[in-house]
Design a protein around this ligand. Structure first.
Ligand code: BGC
Length: 260
């Protein structure tokens, strides 16, 4: 076969990131792990019920007319997503529990989609293109935001739906104490917050013995304020893709599923 024949894997996929305040999307170059066009963002409707969110996802994608109609579509959601069904609702509208999110979005878009947990998407992208690229062994990616999301990637393969933000530490749901929203809510200094993170990440490394911990979420932009305050045996580094990780990961996972 000549090298110019159509590639075995699609070069382009669409990624959508559904968050508490915004729904963002972009076409992703799957080889480079980069956006092919400017990201589009619309506000997340409130209340963010399935019926309200689905048409907004269709709207954010409507502008990408250059992308082939059969390109894979990956969508992140901040909850456990088991085989397309959203199973939990720690920080989202409770009506998502038990919703067939893949059927919902496929109907709204008129095309096949894959729905994945937000941290899983971000973690997968970090392993493929970001801070954990080429790392062998066990990588734990955590996202510090409204909640704490987690992804475990073993030699590049994702173990989906780990919910390590909900480890119980000192009788508390860890994310209630150590998420970035807890820092903001309680107006914690970086030192005060780092103490909580220390407790969280020590517990995590004692349970999983990862080779690398990656810290994502918006606050990872300010990593120099808190990562140097942590004392862990595991190397811990900021995410490489920041806000783009969810979209890139969702698009990549959808393309990987298509390839089978
Ligand atoms: C949810 C996770 C999600 C994380 C980050 C947690 O509260 O349970 O599924 O990945 O927040 O959004």
């Amino acid at each position: 076969m000549p090298e110019t024949s159509s590639p075995a894997r699609p070069a382009l996929a669409l990624g959508v990131d559904i968050g508490g305040s915004g729904i963002k999307a972009a076409p992703v170059d799957l080889l480079a792990g980069e956006f092919r066009a400017e990201r589009v963002r619309l506000a997340t409707p409130q209340p963010a019920t399935p019926a309200a969110v689905a048409p907004v996802v269709a709207q954010v994608l409507a502008g990408f007319t250059d992308v082939p109609a059969d390109a894979p579509v990956g969508i992140t959601f901040p909850a456990v997503v088991q085989h397309g069904i959203t199973r939990t609702a720690a920080n989202v509208d409770p009506s998502w529990i038990g919703t067939d999110a893949e059927a919902l979005f496929s109907d709204a878009l008129g095309r096949e989609v894959q729905v994945v947990n937000d941290a899983d998407a971000a973690g997968y992208a970090e392993a493929a293109f970001g801070a954990a690229k080429g790392v062998k062994g066990v990588v734990v990616v955590t996202t510090l935001g409204t909640g704490i999301g987690s992804a475990i990637i073993v030699d590049g393969k994702l173990v989906p739906n780990t919910e390590l933000g909900h480890l119980e530490i000192g009788g508390h749901d860890a994310e209630k104490k150590a998420a970035d929203s807890a820092r903001e809510r309680h107006d914690l200094s970086w030192q005060q917050w780092a103490k909580r993170l220390q407790r969280y990440y020590s517990h995590l490394e004692d349970l999983l013995w990862p080779d690398l911990i990656v810290v994502g979420g918006g606050v990872s932009k300010k990593h120099e304020k808190f990562l140097p305050l942590l004392d862990l045996r595991t190397p811990i580094v900021p995410a490489g893709l920041l806000n783009d990780a969810g979209i890139i990961g969702a698009a990549s996972l959808a393309a990987a599923r298509r390839r089978g």
